[in-house]
Design a protein around this ligand. Sequence first.
Ligand SMILES: Cc1cc2nc3c(=O)[nH]c(=O)nc-3n(C[C@H](O)[C@H](O)[C@H](O)COP(=O)(O)OP(=O)(O)OC[C@H]3O[C@@H](n4cnc5c(N)ncnc54)[C@H](O)[C@@H]3O)c2cc1C
Length: 274
Amino acid sequence: MSVSLSSQGASVARHVAHLDPSRAAQVLVLDARGAAGGATGRNGGQINPMDCYEFEDSIEENGLDEALAERAFQFAGKDEMLRYVASRGIEADLRMGGQAVNWFTAGERAAGESAHGTCLRHAEQCGDPSCGLSETLDAAAAEERMKSPDLLGAAFLPVGGGVWGGRIVFGLLEDAIERGVTLRTQTLVTSVERADHLTWLVHTERGTIRAPHVVFATNGYTNTLVPELEGEINAYRNQVVITEPAPQQVRMSISLRHGTTGVMLVAWLTGVVF
Ligand SMILES: Cc1cc2nc3c(=O)[nH]c(=O)nc-3n(C[C@H](O)[C@H](O)[C@H](O)COP(=O)(O)OP(=O)(O)OC[C@H]3O[C@@H](n4cnc5c(N)ncnc54)[C@H](O)[C@@H]3O)c2cc1C
């Protein structure tokens, strides 16, 4: 069995190795770069299970049942990650201090209050951890907690936090390797094709591998190996800018949603965890 790649790949490899230890030695993880060399090794590390903004958007797009199911899925993922980090004693710089979205404008405050209201309205159905934990902070409370006099308030959900994602991937890979899985880094897969109905040929810059199963965990680059996904998955470059609080017109022109996305990008880069 051959498994491509990185955090999802590490997770699949570790899972297979635990599910059937007798076949762990047949699992191969390939990565064009190093372990956790993709987005997982360089992201902002925010543990951000569905916040009230996303919950509200999801209800609008998919209906309440779907939004609740998606929310439960995200929280279960977070809980599983915390359980795994604790069980392996991974030093992943885990901090569960909650997450905040700061409001600099009346529009941001209105959007935040609406999302907060949505969480509270559905608190009973949300289950545990409850949407009822959502809080809003007025300007004075936000200034005290965020140390900024410019805020009109903030939304705060105490279930989020921050983590060093790359270290969790190292932990998953160590776990898998201990059970016999092989990791090959600096190995670019150039194409994958069927040899026959039982076997795949995985062509790499270092040779060709025959495998009965291939898992693509190649994130935004999957369409380079699976042409059917051309147009469905596309990799884009983007730029992140850190500034002093900028005028509203500038902030709104570079952010995606009510001005908050720009603020979150700053938090990603500075590693701020509230
Ligand atoms: C700037 C930034 C900040 C982010 N911040 C957060 C955050 O705060 N919180 C959060 O939850 N999420 C965040 N994310 C999203 C999160 O990082 C990704 O969703 C997650 O890491 C994806 O994991 P993955 O294993 O699917 O992909 P990746 O970690 O990208 O792994 C894909 C791997 O595939 C390899 N690969 C690709 N093509 C080939 C090939 N042909 N041959 C061999 N190897 C190949 C790559 O080298 C890479 O290592 C952020 C993302 C970015 C970019």
